[in-house]
Design a protein around this ligand. Structure first.
Ligand SMILES: *Cc1c(COP(=O)(O)O)cnc(C)c1O
Length: 388
């Protein structure tokens, strides 16, 4: 089978893990600090502004706590977004308010966000769909003007930039994922950026039970106090990364540029093979000054044809998927029944193709050819004889 997502891990990562094992320190330590510093440098942020977590979802939950999101608050986010992101809002007693997205880019525009703002809006969460920055600068300006906090879900956007600025650093808080399905992986893990270093400092405490930094052994010895005493400043959980995962993530971060370069080639090959195929749309071009991480590659087919094509590709050993099914359709969120036509359309016609740096030229050719054939097949021509 050809996977939709696939990590590229090898000897360097194994060697880094071996080194951690041999150090006898596998918990949060020097490798976590080194990975955080490297990621801060990658973002062009100060080290104090960046902190690792055990997952991006956890970082998003923490973002809600840091920004004081709670009962009575509304948080606007695109309906095409990750379930954990909306859960972060709802779990804090706030109401997720879903906005529409552009049917071609699947990103929420400033206009989509603005349409859902009201005096109860405490924050906006913006997803960079597939790693494409979208109107991040415009949304950031809108949020500043309206006195609303901005959180960027940059899980898809490890290497994305707009106007030279890293996605995830336009707003108040940004979160990234290094889970097994992302581009650079740490097996599991996340990063959190806070523009205000004071907020990042609170995040660090929150990530470890809310413990106030106790004095270390040496300090306690000098002061003749006990090093095991503690005080807490908040009721935090345990959200920290560890040195095993950080060692892997750090090696992977060093390869991120190469990974993205290969993904760019794969995307160019898909574009070349699929552009102009009747009844099939490829992703819109990237605006000037935008850099994407090429996390997702999506095509758009006639409604009804999309599901059929997905099944036909699966039969030929090709996994495909749709990211992200509309959250306003999830009953548990209790969304109002506002019309979100861009998202509705996108959800009916969009199919994400395999995209990872491990794909060879022949794989891309095979997928492209199989897709064109599947899309050209007569409607209703399903193996079980049912009309799609
Ligand atoms: C992967 C992903 C997350 C969650 O990341 P985890 O590290 O798995 O918690 C959040 N948002 C988006 C858009 C993602 O793709």
């Amino acid at each position: 089978m050809i996977n939709v997502f696939q990590p590229s891990l090898g000897e360097q990562e194994l060697a880094a893990v071996r080194e951690v094992f041999e150090s006898c320190w596998i918990g949060k330590g020097s490798r976590v600090a080194a990975f955080e510093a490297a990621f801060a440098a990658h973002l062009g942020a100060a080290p104090e502004q960046v902190m690792s977590t055990n997952s991006c979802t956890e970082a998003t939950f923490m973002a809600m706590e840091l920004l004081g999101v709670g009962p009575g608050d509304e948080v606007v986010l695109p309906t095409v977004c990750f379930v954990g992101t909306a859960n972060a809002v709802a779990a804090h007693g706030a109401r997720p308010v879903f906005c529409d997205v552009d049917p071609r880019t699947l990103n929420a525009t400033a206009e989509h966000v603005a349409a859902r703002l009201n005096p109860a809006t405490k924050a906006v969460i913006l997803l960079h769909y597939g790693g494409y920055p979208g109107q991040v600068a415009e949304v950031a300006e809108l949020c500043r003007d309206r006195g609303v906090k901005l959180v960027e879900d940059a899980a898809n956007a490890q290497a994305s930039r707009a106007g030279g600025r890293a996605c995830g650093t336009f707003g108040d808080v940004g979160v990234w994922s290094f889970d097994h399905g992302k581009i650079a992986v740490a097996v599991d893990g996340g990063m959190l950026y806070a523009r205000d270093p004071e907020l990042a400092g609170r995040a660090r405490k929150l990530a470890y039970f809310g413990l106030e930094q106790t004095s270390g052994y040496d300090q306690a010895m000098r002061a003749q106090t006990r090093w095991w005493d503690f005080e807490i400043s908040s009721f935090g959980r345990r959200s920290v990364m560890n040195d095993v995962l950080a060692a892997i993530g750090h090696v992977q971060l060093g390869k991120l540029g190469d990974f993205v370069a290969r993904r760019r080639e794969v995307v160019a090959a898909y574009d070349e093979a699929l552009r102009g195929v009747p009844g099939l749309l490829t992703p819109p071009p990237l605006p000037d000054g935008h850099e994407t991480s090429f996390y997702l590659y999506w095509v758009q087919l006639a409604p009804g044809l999309r599901d059929l094509v997905a099944r036909r590709l699966y039969e030929r050993g090709i996994y495909t998927t749709f990211r992200y099914p509309q959250l306003h359709r999830v009953r548990a969120y209790g969304a109002d029944d506002v019309a979100l036509p861009g998202a509705e359309h996108a959800a009916a016609v969009t199919l994400c193709l395999p995209l990872h740096q491990g794909l060879g030229d022949r794989d891309v050719e095979f997928v492209s050819t199989a897709l064109v054939e599947a899309a050209a097949g007569r409607r209703g021509d399903t193996p079980d004889g049912q009309v799609a």
